[in-house]
Write a protein that binds this ligand. Structure first.
Ligand code: COA
Length: 326
């Protein structure tokens, strides 16, 4: 069985409210709250970055797990805002934590990163290759957003979450997993410039907004309303349980309307969903572990509970698991 020995999270101190955004953008608190459920988000201080947020969250997860950094033998960072294009950020985190020369790598599945990372970590632990995996989801979208684009910048915030996973003896407790992607929708969420397709030094005429995060919100919304309930229903069926058997749903905090729609469509009482979108907005890879850590610390999850973790986003990529909490 895969046990989550400890969880931790970190958010920057600075709060950016919808009222703050009203001062620089043609938007309103009422519009943002009604369309998204978001009231405020956190913004990293100039000296902070994805690595520093990760280290802070990881330290809390290790403390909760009562595991020394020296006993971590695999570290996975899920992020789409690594500190550098090259090299990856996970080795820097492992070094700063004092984990020694362990395997450490970045995994980018945008907002679905953490749930993809969970599947990779659980698989590697189940295989017996590693014993203690530190899995971190961390993103600093404030650095890649176009703060003049009201269609996207109002949605996101910065944060990090981490969990320490360990394989222990006992019956398998991951009851179901279900992952998918659809690259035909890749352009709906993208930073067009800066990759190998259109490098910064390209001779093409580069529009300033193409250097930043861009999203076709309506297309993404339509995709989620179609694919995510189907994924949730497949998970419930694969786990051979009824939707009423779920004790907690730790869902990607992208939009309260998406959560409401999925809850209704899948006949899961909304009270089962842990919701903190109002405080943090969409923190991408950090969204699920940040919600999970808050739920655990508030005593909302106990041994034996059936817990769903579910994420979705750029790629397009989506998926999740149902596990029995041990
Ligand atoms: N403030 C005020 N008005 C805004 C606005 C803002 N921040 N952003 C857009 N608008 C306007 C639009 O210009 C449009 O005006 P018009 O009717 O005069 O053309 C109107 O509000 C409606 O815009 P629309 O895009 O249809 O809104 P929506 O109900 O689809 O909500 C999102 C927009 C982005 C909140 C919604 O599409 C969404 O949540 N999509 C999914 C995004 C997501 O989850 N992405 C991350 C996936 S990991």
């Amino acid at each position: 069985m895969i046990k989550i020995l400890g969880t931790g999270s970190y958010v920057p101190e600075k709060i950016l409210t919808n009222f703050d955004l009203e001062k620089t953008l043609d938007t309103s608190d009422t519009w943002i709250v009604q369309r998204t459920g978001i009231h405020e988000r956190r913004i990293a201080a100039p000296e902070e970055s994805t690595v520093s947020l990760s280290v802070a969250a990881a330290k809390k997860a290790l403390a909760a797990a009562e595991v020394s950094p020296k006993d971590v033998d695999l570290l996975i960072l899920t992020t789409s805002t690594a500190d550098y294009q090259i090299s990856s950020s996970a080795p820097i985190i492992a070094n700063e934590l004092g984990c020694g020369k362990i395997p450490a790598f970045d995994l980018n599945a945008v907002c679905a990163g953490f749930v993809y990372g969970f599947c990779v970590a659980a698989g590697l632990l189940e295989s017996g290759m590693y014993k203690n995996c530190l899995l971190i989801g961390s993103d600093v979208y404030s650095r890649i957003l176009n703060w003049e684009d009201r269609n996207s910048c109002i949605l996101f915030g910065d944060g990090a979450g981490a969990i320490l996973l360990k394989k222990e003896n006992g019956a398998p407790n991951i009851l179901a997993h279900d992952y998918s992607s659809d690259g035909s929708g890749s352009a709906y969420i993208r930073i067009p410039v800066g990759g190998s397709k259109i490098p910064y030094n390209s001779n093409e005429n580069i529009a300033k907004e193409d250097l930043y995060f861009k999203m076709e919100g309506k297309k993404v919304y339509e995709f989620t309303i179609k694919e995510i309930p189907a994924c949730v229903k497949r998970l419930i069926e694969k786990a051979n349980i009824a939707s009423s058997d779920l004790d907690a749903v730790i869902f990607h905090q992208a939009n309260i309307r998406i959560i409401d729609a999925v809850a209704k469509d899948c006949e899961i009482p909304i009270e089962k969903f842990f919701i903190n979108i109002q405080k943090y907005g969409n923190t991408s890879s950090a969204s699920v572990p940040l919600a999970l850590d808050e739920a655990v610390r508030k005593g909302k999850i106990k041994t034996g509970d059936k817990v769903m973790l579910l994420g979705f986003g750029g790629g397009l990529s989506w998926g999740g698991v149902i596990l029995e909490w041990q």
